[in-house]
Design a protein around this ligand. Structure first.
Ligand code: SF4
Length: 169
């Protein structure tokens, strides 16, 4: 085994290679670690580069790939990329899960049965869970959701559950 594979096997480093596919997002959470929002400059790691890094990772001994952003599903080619990535290594993709309607949802159907997991907020597998105080939770809510406080409370709670803590670590 190589040094990376040895370190992963010994527990000295995680086995998943994380890649940022893009930095823009449909939300603009006040706590966002990447300062993502709809207005940031578009910076995208293209599909070919992601596939190349995944192949290298497999050769080095990594056991999985993670894709995060920004919101990866703003990229129309993301579902097709995930299907290709799944042939290389198991994949987790982090998403705020607020875009899964219509064509975007239908585009995910071919991923059924593949080693692809779409992870929504608050359930990051590789990061320690962080306990926030009630005040921190209120401050951490995305601006769009704070502005929507006058709307239907059940819909608001559902949106909060999906968006809350995406990338809050
Ligand atoms: S925390 Fe996640 S959902 Fe919120 S702005 Fe950043 S990338 Fe988007």
């Amino acid at each position: 085994m190589g040094a990376v594979a040895d370190a992963i096997a010994d527990g000295g480093m995680g086995g998943r290679l994380w890649l940022y596919s893009n930095y823009h997002c449909n939300l603009s959470c006040s706590y966002c670690l990447t300062e993502s929002s709809p207005g940031v400059r578009r910076r995208v790691l293209d599909a070919a580069a992601i596939l190349a890094r995944a192949r290298e990772a497999r050769e080095l001994g990594f056991t999985g790939v993670g894709i995060t952003g920004g919101e990866p599903f703003l990229l129309a080619w993301m579902p097709a990329l995930l299907a290709e990535l799944a042939e290389i290594l198991p994949v987790i993709v982090l998403s705020n899960a607020t875009l899964f309607t219509g064509r975007r949802l239908a585009a995910l159907e071919p991923l059924a049965g593949l080693p692809v997991r779409i992870q929504t907020p608050g359930a990051h597998p590789d990061l320690p869970r962080q306990r926030l105080s009630a005040e921190e939770r209120r401050d951490a809510r995305p601006e769009e959701l704070r502005q929507g406080d006058r709307g239907d409370p059940r819909a608001r709670r559902a949106r909060n559950r999906r968006a809350y803590r995406h990338h809050a670590g």
